[in-house]
Design a binder for this molecule. Structure first.
Ligand SMILES: [Zn+2]
Length: 252
């Protein structure tokens, strides 16, 4: 058995037994793990309140070789992101961001940059203007895709490296980039992006989370870009599409 101390983001948690909880955490140093917090639901538990979704926490846990679920011994809240619970739109997009992370990360491989991206995104989503949620989510999805090794190419044709002309641009989820009409094959499936969405995607790939407020991108383009990237992730991992957290938006 070994003792590990690290920072984590709470992706989700469920009640277990009479007084315990099992939580899925994305940690800075150990990737995604599951922990059990015994007795956390007792009123006087020192862990009380520390496993709420979105929370950035500092934890100490024990690794047992025989179990896939680790024992949480300490948990201290660094930031709880409570404001995300007070506004439905913020809640929906922040939930979608963590749901995607939960789906795409399968093991205990550390990726501190991805951890920092998730934290910066929660932080921006908590305080950004109301109309910026789609932009924040879209920027997050693009950067997440990059950090997982599937960075989409929007500069030139993914096949021949020439400029791609036209108002409507084809995107290949298989190859992970835009493709010109000469290279497109009739037996392949492509997604369609407007020229403005391609320009916006390039902009979003380079801008830092804290500078997002300064860019104004129409909602239509943001939804188009997010859709294309989720398709790309789904093509390569089988786990990118149909986020439950975003279903609410479709019924509006
Ligand atoms: Zn080409």
């Amino acid at each position: 058995m070994s003792i590990t101390k690290t920072e984590a983001i709470v992706l989700k948690s469920i009640k277990f037994g009479d007084t315990s909880k099992i939580a899925t955490l994305y940690t800075k140093d150990c990737g995604k793990i599951k922990v059990i917090a015994k007795g956390i639901r007792k009123p006087k538990s020192r862990l009380a309140g520390a496993l709420q979704t979105f929370s950035h926490i500092q934890i100490v846990f024990y690794k047992k070789r025989t179990s896939e679920i680790y024992l949480l011994s300490q948990s201290e809240i660094m930031k709880s992101y409570q404001s995300l619970y007070k506004d439905l739109n913020r809640y929906v997009f922040a939930s979608a961001a963590l749901e995607l992370l939960d789906r795409l990360i399968t093991g205990e491989e550390s990726n501190p940059e991805l951890f920092e991206l998730a934290l910066a995104t929660l932080s921006f989503m908590e305080r950004c203007p109301q109309g910026s949620m789609e932009k924040s989510f879209c920027s997050y999805v693009l950067k997440l895709t990059h950090l997982l090794g599937y960075k989409p190419k929007f500069e030139r044709c993914i096949n021949c490296n020439k400029q791609v002309e036209g108002k409507i641009v084809l995107f290949s989820p298989e190859k992970g980039g835009i493709i010109c009409k000469r290279c497109a094959r009739p037996d392949q499936a492509y997604l369609r992006l407007s020229r403005d969405s391609v320009t916006s995607a390039l902009k979003l790939q380079s801008v830092k989370a804290e500078d997002l407020s300064t860019y104004n991108i129409p909602r239509k383009h943001l939804m188009e870009i997010s859709g294309v990237i989720l398709n790309l992730l789904d093509y390569h991992t089988g786990r990118g599409k149909d986020l439950k957290s975003l279903e609410f938006l479709k019924t509006e």
